[in-house]
Design a protein around this ligand. Structure first.
Ligand code: SF4
Ligand code: SF4
Length: 576
């Protein structure tokens, strides 16, 4: 068995030399072994590959980038592999490139047969080429003539592009996205044209000539000088959305995303993977929001049943957040009738029931009087009595647009994440950026700093408004910011000035997220941190724009969920 990592690897030739192949594209629990041999900032795929490299004693690599060349150097130094080959892939797909690849195919065949008692098996080669021409999704590019053939399939599909996705991430995406998913990254969508007529009788040289041309016809990756043929993918009328993957510490693909975003007018979800098991909850939220966007762009008919006059007129929305659980009840005219907030505590389901009972009590109704209840927030999928759930992205957009239809950007800073959501003049989400990976720029950051300053969070907010000296806390990372705060306390800086510095730090973090969505005013701030006047002011200074803050900004997501329930109520009855 020979391990490989790149779609340009001549796996049909390796099969003809008597070997099966395995794509080494799996996640690893950690990079302990790889980081003993390399710099920690090597791209995470290359490190994951090094972690796996000892599982097979024969490897064929492609000289893709510095990371892979570095990994190859490590393997050469280790001297543990029986066969190790670095395939020299040209950067161009025209002129002498085909000849160059052919020479590499010859070199590989020669070296492999020198090391093993085998010879090229024509029948196995033709068999493997036939199999590679019968894959479900075909993308054959006639690069030499500058044209390409039509793409299959004839059904809506999602393409994953960008840097390679791990097998595990690919499976998660396929499970969660209800469309055909095409992996057009480094390990996927490998397709050869049907065999040339008379291939059975061709000389080895002619076969390799044809094969070299085929290898150059894949959807080009960023290593190739001419990436124009990629356009055929996004011009395909059945493509309904793109998932753009970047790999941590990969320089190649981090620059490409902006270009794709400019060229493509379809929903795009950008994810960053690091070849370790992803936080499923966070990825699920992003994928769900992406799907909701897809549904809008595909204008799928919504399942709305005509509401009867006899039906209950109350619709509930529950936002189950990390710190608090919120509920809003509206009537069939979208009028807000009741709302409440409880602490989330350890059990989402318990706090959801509590907030439901409390809000119903305010309104003087029983939970069973509600036509439907939609949930949102991190705990949305754990609320068994909810009729349906929606992502926070959709709900905050809906709630904010309802409160003020002029707004175009929503800044939501919650307990453990922050989101910037851009909406259009009909309230539809056109773009969003989310930070759910670290505490920087979230309510959690402020909570931890309040603890360091030994202040109650409300007192901290008030204290910060009385600042005099403009201090800068340069770190947005909670751990480093905490050290800076401790140093400032030791330097006798006033608490008010330190709090002001922290507010500026959050504002910097959020402003950089806002800039990634295009800075479109008017802005509305939602979430619990919108009550923090100090943070709001600093954000306004940085943006040069006023932030609209509603009377109860933390209820915006729950309001959006209630509005979704009103719009989409299918009146499913669930036991509460
Ligand atoms: S970037 Fe290109 S050469 Fe590198 S692994 Fe991916 S497909 Fe292969
Ligand atoms: S993910 Fe980027 S840096 Fe890593 S091997 Fe692929 S192209 Fe190279």
């Amino acid at each position: 068995m020979i391990g490989y990592t790149c779609k340009y690897t001549p796996i049909e030739l390796l099969y003809a030399l008597g070997e099966t192949t395995e794509l080494l594209n799996h996640e690893v629990p950690d990079f302990e072994y790889a980081e003993k041999w390399t710099h920690p900032n090597l791209c995470c795929h290359a490190k994951a590959f090094l972690q796996h490299s000892s599982e097979l004693d024969e490897l064929v690599l492609v000289n893709c980038c510095d990371s892979i060349r570095r990994a190859y150097d490590v393997l050469v130094a280790q001297q543990v592999h029986r066969f190790l080959f670095l395939f020299d892939l040209p950067h161009i797909d025209k002129g002498c490139a085909q000849e160059k690849i052919k020479k590499e195919l010859f070199r590989l065949t020669r070296l492999y047969t020198e090391h093993h008692p085998v010879s090229f098996d024509r029948q196995r080669f033709l068999e493997a080429c036939r199999a590679s021409s019968e894959v479900a999704f075909k993308a054959s590019f006639e690069s030499a003539s500058g044209t390409h053939s039509k793409l299959d399939p004839a059904t809506p599909f999602i393409a994953i592009i960008g840097a390679r996705v791990s097998q595990e991430l690919l499976s998660t995406i396929k499970e969660e996205v209800p469309y055909l998913v095409i992996d057009a990254t480094c390990g996927g969508n490998r397709y050869l044209s049907p065999l040339a007529p008379g291939a059975e009788r061709m000389s080895f040289e002619d076969l390799m000539d044809w094969y070299a041309k085929e290898l150059l016809h894949f959807i080009p990756c960023m290593r190739m000088a001419n990436i124009e043929p990629r356009k055929a993918l996004w011009e395909n009328e059945n493509l309904c959305g793109i998932i753009y993957n970047t790999v941590k510490f990969c320089d190649y693909y981090s620059f490409d995303y902006a270009r794709v975003k400019r060229e493509v007018r379809l929903p795009i979800l950008k994810i960053e993977s690091d070849f370790t098991p992803q936080s499923e909850g966070q990825l699920s939220t992003r994928l769900e929001a992406f799907q909701e966007n897809l549904h809008l762009s595909l204008e799928k008919p919504l399942k709305i049943k005509a509401r009867q006059a006899s039906q209950p007129a109350f619709f509930g929305g529950i936002d189950s957040g990390s710190t608090t659980t919120k509920m809003v009840i509206i009537d069939r005219n979208s009028k807000i009738l009741a709302s409440s907030i409880v602490s989330t505590g350890a059990k989402t389901q318990v706090s959801a029931r509590k907030v439901l009972q409390e809000t119903c009590r305010q309104l003087g109704v029983e939970p069973c009087d509600l036509a439907s209840v939609f949930s949102t927030g991190y705990g949305r999928n754990n609320i068994a009595f909810a009729t349906d759930s929606k992502t926070e992205i959709t709900c905050h957009a809906k709630g904010a647009f309802f409160l003020d239809p002029t707004i175009r950007t929503i800044v939501d800073i919650g307990g453990q994440d922050s989101k910037i959501i851009r909406i259009d003049n009909e309230g539809r989400v056109v773009n969003f950026v989310m930070n759910d990976k670290c505490a920087a720029g979230t309510g959690r950051f402020l909570e931890m700093m309040a603890r360091t300053l030994e202040l109650d969070i409300d007192i901290m907010v008030r204290t910060g408004l009385a600042w005099k000296n403009d201090l800068t806390i340069s770190s947005m990372c909670t751990v480093f910011a905490e050290s800076e705060v401790v140093s400032l306390i030791a330097d006798n800086c006033s608490i008010a000035d330190i709090v002001h510095g922290l507010n500026k730090s959050i504002a910097s973090r959020i402003t950089s997220m806002i800039s990634r969505t295009g800075c479109q005013a008017p802005y509305m701030m939602t979430g619990g941190v919108a009550r923090n006047t100090g943070v709001v002011r600093e954000l306004e200074v940085k943006l040069g724009e006023r932030l609209i803050v509603s009377e109860k900004p933390e209820l915006c997501g729950a309001l959006g969920a209630a509005l979704s329930a009103l719009e989409l109520s299918a009146l499913g009855s669930k036991e509460i």
